[in-house]
Design a protein around this ligand. Structure first.
Ligand SMILES: *[C@@H]1O[C@H](CO)[C@@H](O)[C@H](O)[C@H]1NC(C)=O
Ligand SMILES: *[C@@H]1O[C@H](CO)[C@@H](O)[C@H](O)[C@H]1NC(C)=O
Length: 352
């Protein structure tokens, strides 16, 4: 079944659900998000860190061409998913002034660029550690109870979709560049540590009332322009040992998810495999109308700076990001995110 066919099918199912259940709005009450720059919608605007995306040309294809803190020219996969679920606005970044009152009813976003499963990754990058994101979530629960009342807030907490997107930074911005880690652990051992943190996180969230989780796998890390530049030694193609590490992590993540599913009654936990669709896109960009998959549209050429990402002084930002798989040296463009979101639609059924 091809992508657009999947989307049509999905929309039909949604239309049916809306018609039969008489929902007036979105298909789930709220989306609550944790993780790194793949899902951060602007928390880092409010903390002192180098990992920020609240300036042009970030957001140039977003609503009103606004840079928001999203590491993309436009929408993230999670934004596109929220659109599909019929949300008319996006859950606010928890540290933003918008995260108050009724806005909290559709969820909140706790993610922080530069962060990861490993709190040390976040500390190194001055991002919000996952453990702190969890503390914020507890605070969110009490604020939500004040806004919605205890009965309604309990049902929002139970029926919300919880999205977790992390792990890339743990490898690219910590493990591979941190001798304290890569001398002490093999990539496989480090993966086990990260997946252990993932598992405790899900258990803690379950204990707090969350039931439906969508967790992204690692992307093909070795195909990101950053990895090609830093670790590719000017070879052509993706860095295969890094992709192997990512797949090994993904395998462990899958088995941990399966075991959690057995242990925790009523848990619905879906792993969104973004490795394969992104890998396919990088290998064969023209099949989906893309022309460039090895460089980001913004800010990366042969010379990388400390922050690696694009900034207002990056020369030569491409004119049409829709033709690029990557927006900057790490993050897919909105056009690529659309392809990923389409690829995840069927898996997402399980959460509705
Ligand atoms: C993990 O599970 C997903 C969804 O079931 C599957 O598509 C993917 O191939 C699995 N990945 C690995 C590395 O086993
Ligand atoms: C940008 O590229 C896409 C994909 O190739 C194409 O469909 C679109 O028309 C282009 N937009 C502009 C303004 O050139």
């Amino acid at each position: 079944m091809n992508m657009s066919c999947r989307r049509v099918m999905f929309l039909l199912v949604i239309a049916f659900a809306l018609g039969s259940k008489g929902y007036s709005q979105s298909l789930v009450p709220a989306i609550i998000t944790f993780g790194d720059s793949s899902v951060d919608v602007g928390n880092n605007n409010y903390i002192p860190t180098l990992f920020k995306a609240n300036y042009p040309p970030y957001g140039k294809d977003f609503i009103n061409h606004q840079p928001t803190g999203r590491f993309c020219n436009g929408k993230l996969v999670t934004d596109i998913t929220a659109d599909t679920l019929q949300f008319t606005s996006y859950a606010p970044a928890y540290l933003s002034p918008q995260a108050s009152g009724k806005n909290l009813l559709i969820g909140a976003n706790f993610a922080s660029a530069g962060g990861g499963y490993d709190d040390q990754t976040s500390t190194l990058n001055h991002a919000i550690p996952l453990s702190q994101q969890l503390q914020y979530y507890k605070e969110y629960q009490s604020k939500l109870a004040q806004v919605a009342g205890s009965t309604k807030s309990a049902s929002i907490i139970k029926d919300a979709i919880y999205v977790l997107g992390a792990g890339s930074g743990d490898f690219l911005q910590n493990y591979y560049v941190n001798p304290l880690l890569n001398k002490a652990y093999t990539p496989e051992q480090y993966s086990s540590i990260l997946v252990g943190i993932f598992s405790s996180f899900i258990k803690t969230m379950y204990g707090l009332g969350a039931r439906k989780f969508g967790v992204t796998s690692l992307p093909p890390l070795g195909c990101l322009p950053l990895a090609r530049t830093l670790f590719g030694f000017h070879g052509k193609g993706c860095v295969s040992n890094i992709n192997t590490d990512a797949q090994q992590f993904n395998k462990k993540l899958n088995s941990s998810a399966a075991s959690l599913q057995k242990q925790l009654p009523d848990l619905r936990l879906v792993i969104f495999d973004i490795f394969q669709p992104l890998y396919d896109l990088v290998k064969n960009p023209s099949s989906q109308g893309f022309v460039e998959a090895t460089r980001g549209c913004c800010g990366t050429g042969t010379v990388e700076t400390t922050v690696f990402l694009c900034n207002p002084n990056s020369p030569g930002t491409c004119s049409n990001a829709s033709q690029y798989v990557f927006w900057d040296s790490v993050h897919p463009s909105q056009a690529a995110n659309q392809i990923l979101a389409d690829a995840l639609v069927l898996a997402g059924f399980a959460l509705i």
